[in-house]
Write a protein that binds this ligand. Structure first.
Ligand SMILES: O=P(O)(O)OC[C@H]1O[C@](O)(CO)[C@@H](O)[C@@H]1O
Length: 567
């Protein structure tokens, strides 16, 4: 195993470790009284406003975190990423999702070749194809226009596009372009997900987009074969050419599957699955639903943050700031989780996307050169839109475990609503909570305040809020396609910053492999038992018992069976 200079061995790291005891003596209630401190913790860029004054940090802490970033060679690592160096060293790959949203004239080199023209070649092809489908120039096998799309993919080939689709659905401009069309996703290999994804759809008017970087993912390929059967059993095998297209880096396998390579939309091995929403993975299904012009604005929003992340000094660099704060919270203050709390129903799929982005990227136990980490990296991400979360898990956040929170809100609502005579508009009501919750967490409520409020003695401990619970607030101007792109890029870069500082590889995901290979053995056994009546063997007692019980109910493999309620 390689030996390396771990970041935890640097003076800058040790200084922060020592500094923790200083911070333990402070309370946010007091820190928030220092207006100069608060002012210094507010940053604005291109309409995005970040307030991190409710983090458990002083200006001294921030200075020490910037020094840690220097010790971790953060600037250098960002530059290496942007210049196409193979920073994903365990897979020998560049990490160039920034090239996916680069301006047409930009030059970003990978293996000595400018990647941007290829990116735009695919974007132009998507624009052309999506316009043909949307206008009815591309028709299905029976001559009907294709108004519905099912995007089949999992993980990074699903969660990002689902987040953006959900966010755009209620944006008035995007919704106008989507009239009369449906976009659905099929991810889980559970046949119930197949049934849901095609319920009430007609194969004659449906286009299936198979999205898989590798084109080998077991779940996606079985789902793709299932929808191919759904189409061909109804319209004939030749219909597949008109009703199925693909997004992949593996064009030979696309062809083997039976999809015309002319109807395949490429991307490249320098795009990580969870960083792929700005490639054809997201751009194709989203353009089919909303039109390319809307999706282009999403890409422009992401590009704006890419430029900011590359150019802005760390002190005013939003992804760097939020990334360093997460490192501080996880590794130095020992808070293992992060709650993502958008006060926006349109962002209901944001937390699930960030869950994969963050936990698959930074859920690592060794440094980039294989040395076991003597500290905790990565964090547990979860979240729900406010105010729903308030009536669910916020109790624990207020009085139980300390969980740093990201509050995300927007100045304008996608759906302005006001009932004459009400105290506030519906969006103002929502945002009242966005502004109140961070203070409730930071300030809490003391026993003295409770006694003053005449709370009976025996209830005082139950009604006490210790406060001093960190959060940050991100206020967006609105939830347009552009702002959604900005938000995505802030989090993508934040997660990279965390990984760069921890000294890990945020761009591989070996941890998902073991379960996949064990499933292969189980799959073989299930087939052997069902078809050849072979006994279960080669598994431990527990797994063998569970599988034998499962196999007691006979499933016939003689005929093709599709989900019943949709045939
Ligand atoms: O796009 P593919 O190759 O089907 O992979 C899907 C997903 O599977 C993973 O490899 C593991 O879950 C993800 O990183 C990836 O996004």
């Amino acid at each position: 195993m390689a030996s390396s200079a771990l970041i935890s061995e640097t003076e800058q790291w040790k200084n922060l470790k020592q500094h923790v005891s200083e911070i333990q003596k402070t309370h946010l209630r007091d820190l928030m009284n220092d207006v100069d401190r608060c002012k210094s913790m507010m940053v604005e860029y291109d309409g995005i406003f970040l307030d991190y004054s409710r983090q458990r940090v002083t200006q001294d802490t921030m200075g020490k975190l910037f020094k840690l970033a220097e010790a971790a060679h953060l600037k250098d690592k960002i530059e290496k990423m942007y210049s196409g160096q193979k920073i994903n060293s365990t897979e020998n790959r560049s990490v160039l999702h920034v090239a996916l949203r680069a301006a047409r004239e930009k030059e970003i080199y990978c293996d000595g070749k400018n990647a941007v023209p290829e990116v735009w070649e695919v974007l132009d092809k998507i624009k052309d194809f999506s316009e043909k489908v949307r206008s009815g120039a591309w028709i299905g096998a029976t001559g009907k226009a294709l108004k519905d799309v099912v995007s089949v993919g999992i993980g990074g080939s699903f969660l990002g596009p689902l987040f953006v689709h959900t966010a755009l659905q209620t944006d008035l401009e995007a919704a106008e372009y989507a009239k009369g069309r449906q976009l659905r996703f099929l991810a889980n290999v559970d046949p119930v997900d197949v049934a849901r994804s095609i319920k009430d759809l007609d194969p004659e008017t449906t286009l299936v987009v198979v999205v898989s970087k590798t084109f080998t993912t077991a779940e996606t390929m079985l789902n793709a074969r299932t929808l191919r059967e759904w189409i061909s059993s109804s319209l004939g095998a030749e219909a597949v050419a008109k009703h199925m297209v693909a997004v992949s880096t593996n064009l030979p396998l696309v062809k083997d599957f039976g999809i015309d390579p002319a109807n395949a939309f490429a991307f490249w091995d320098w795009v990580g699955g969870r960083y792929s929403v700005c490639s054809a993975v997201g751009v194709l299904p989203l353009s089919l639903q909303y039109g390319f012009s809307v999706v282009e604005k999403f890409l422009e929003g992401a590009r704006s943050i890419d430029n900011h992340f590359f150019l802005a000094p760390f002190e005013s660099n939003i992804p760097v700031l939020v990334g360093l704060l997460s490192v501080w919270n996880v590794t130095f203050l020992g808070y293992p989780a992060r709650a993502i709390l958008p006060y926006a129903q349109a962002l209901e799929k944001f937390a699930p996307h960030i869950q994969q982005l963050s936990m698959e990227s930074n859920g690592k136990g060794v440094s980039i050169d294989g040395t076991p980490l003597p500290f905790e990296a990565g964090e547990i991400d979860f979240g729900e839109p406010g105010t729903n979360g308030q009536h669910s898990f916020y109790q624990l956040i207020h009085q139980g475990r300390v969980i740093p929170c990201d509050f995300i809100g927007s100045i304008r609502s996608q759906q302005p609503t006001y009932l004459k005579g009400e105290v506030v508009s519906n969006h103002d009501e929502l945002m009242s909570n966005f502004f109140a919750q961070p203070d409730a967490l930071a300030y809490g409520k003391t026993p003295a305040e409770l006694l003053q409020d005449k709370v009976p003695d025996h209830l005082v401990p139950h009604k006490t809020f210790t406060g001093n619970r960190p959060s940050l607030s991100i206020l967006l101007p609105s939830l347009s396609a552009y702002n959604i792109g900005q938000l995505l890029a802030i989090y993508e870069h934040r997660i990279a910053v965390q990984g760069f500082v921890w000294g890990i590889n945020s761009f591989d995901q070996w941890g998902v492999e073991l379960g996949k290979s064990l499933a292969t053995q189980v799959r073989k056994q299930l087939h052997a038992s069902r078809v050849d009546k072979k006994p279960v063997q080669g598994f431990n007692f527990s797994t063998a018992t569970l599988m034998s019980r499962f196999l007691e109910v006979n499933t016939s493999y003689d005929e093709t069976v599709l989900p019943k309620n949709v045939i």
